[in-house]
Ligand binder design. Structure first.
Ligand code: BGC
Length: 453
């Protein structure tokens, strides 16, 4: 297949003047400086030391060294004409003991980032929680302990007070289904806990915290635009057999509805996801109401679709995913199917909720095996992925779906959680030995696209 990286098949103007364009990152994946200037340990600092948990037994103590190179990297954002930068705050960097002591050096660091963004005309967007709970709080049960709602709201208050005078766009959490599923059910992510007895309380306390965090931000920063982000995948049954269709419905409820619907005031999807009835054990009287918050926007993050089959042997959910590699479809370096139509269907799906006021696509991108050769990194597959994905976004928008912005995941190649450094998602290549940055063809393409070429 031929990809043309020199010209854009369509124009940014087609999305309208108000459409928001950006790029997303997360503290754990880029900052490094894991113990610099008074930072406390996060659950990821501890998890990366556990043998066999991260591919290649690598760690993120340095990662992209963004802590020291933030100025250079934010300048690259500007150079690529990207107007909005989404980044997350490391809780343990600003409150090392999780709840009490403020580390001024941590606050100063994020102030430097924000001030540099504003000085060069890049709008900062903050994600408060992108998966890095302070380890001291994990020792007290982490997200499985209901006290976490208070710990979290305190963290939100500290951030709102420290950065709210300059930051106008906030996201409370990143992808709750991924960090509760991978971290508290499968044990694949930090903190490495497993089973329903960890997963269910974590789900409930995270959902309570999302709404509580939203309320704190609204109270302290009434002018701010406040949202929270969710991962989503378009789900299709493997066949039209009733068992497969019913299995697909359960997986859809788990991946696409479990966290969104309570936030929208619709409660947990107990009927379509029977295992979620176990959440009732952790709910106190009045909790249903506490789960809801009227967010200004919802951030959707979609990478692929899933094909679902009935499975007698899979506990709790009775369903399994048919791996993309077995379906002979185009794959990314994560083994995920390249299927841009997914976002088109998902925009239609979420558009049906009258409670959602505004949607930003807060992450979209792909990992491919990029190679640095002759001073360039040519990544035509990523350019094609982004172009095709955006075409689907535009199609849905033109059909009346609400969608107000698009953020590429991600700025630079980085620490891809349990996958280590192998999957490269960046539009800027990083040589992790030298920390040299090289703008990939996709970065150049985005820059041209954003300048209206
Ligand atoms: C997360 C990112 C992650 C990306 C690719 C999203 O689930 O928010 O942190 O790197 O997907 O896996």
């Amino acid at each position: 297949m031929e990809y043309n990286t020199n010209t854009n098949p369509f124009n940014k103007a087609l999305f309208g003047d108000d459409f928001v364009w950006g790029v997303s990152t997360a503290a754990v994946q880029i900052e490094g400086a894991h113990d610099a200037d008074g930072k406390g340990e996060s659950i990821w600092d501890v998890f990366v030391r556990r043998k066999g948990k991260i591919k290649g037994n690598v760690h993120n103590c340095v990662a992209c060294d963004f802590y020291n190179r933030y100025e250079e990297d934010i300048n690259l954002i500007k150079q690529l004409n990207i107007p909005n930068f989404r980044f997350s705050i490391s809780w343990s960097r600003i409150i090392p003991d999780g709840t009490e002591t403020i580390n001024q050096a941590g606050i100063d660091y994020y102030n430097r980032i924000i001030d540099h963004c504003l000085a060069i005309g890049v709008e900062p967007w903050i994600t408060l929680y992108h998966w890095d709970l302070p380890h001291v709080l994990e020792l007290k049960g982490g997200w499985t302990n209901r006290e976490v709602v208070n710990w979290f709201t305190n963290f939100v208050k500290v951030c709102a007070n420290a950065f709210g005078d300059r930051v106008k766009h906030w996201m409370v959490m990143n992808e709750p289904s991924v960090f509760t599923g991978a971290g508290y059910f499968f044990g694949l992510h930090a903190p490495g806990k497993t089973g329903l007895s960890n997963f269910l309380p974590a789900v409930h306390h995270v959902t309570l915290s999302i709404a509580a965090g939203g309320k704190v931000l609204r109270e302290l920063l009434p002018q701010a635009e406040i949202g929270t982000t969710f991962s989503c995948s378009y789900i299709e049954p493997y066949s039209q057999k009733p068992r497969d269709v019913a299995a697909a419905k359960r997986v859809d409820a788990l991946l696409n509805r479990l966290f969104v619907e309570p936030v929208l005031g619709l409660g947990y999807p107990f009927d379509d996801l029977p295992v979620s009835k176990g959440l009732k054990k952790y709910m106190l009287p009045g909790d249903e109401d506490k789960l809801a918050f009227d967010f200004d926007f919802i951030g959707l993050q979609n990478y692929t679709r899933e094909i679902v089959k009935y499975s007698f042997f899979t506990p709790y959910i009775g369903a399994s995913l048919v791996k993309a590699e077995k379906r002979h479809v185009p794959l990314t370096a994560m083994g995920w199917e390249v299927w841009p139509e997914s976002i088109y269907h998902l925009l239609h799906k979420y558009n049906k909720y009258p409670e959602i006021r505004k949607i930003y696509l807060t992450e979209s991108g792909a990992a491919f095996p990029d190679v640095y050769q002759d001073d360039v990194v040519h990544d035509p597959l990523r350019v094609a992925y982004l172009q095709e994905y955006l075409q689907q976004v535009l199609k849905a928008k033109n059909e009346g779906c609400e969608v107000s912005g698009y953020f590429i995941w991600t700025l630079t190649d980085n620490f891809e959680w349990a996958e280590g450094y192998h999957p490269r998602f960046g539009i800027i290549y990083v040589d992790f030995e030298t920390q040299q940055r090289v703008i990939k063809s996709s970065g150049k393409w985005y820059a041209d696209f954003l300048s209206g070429i």
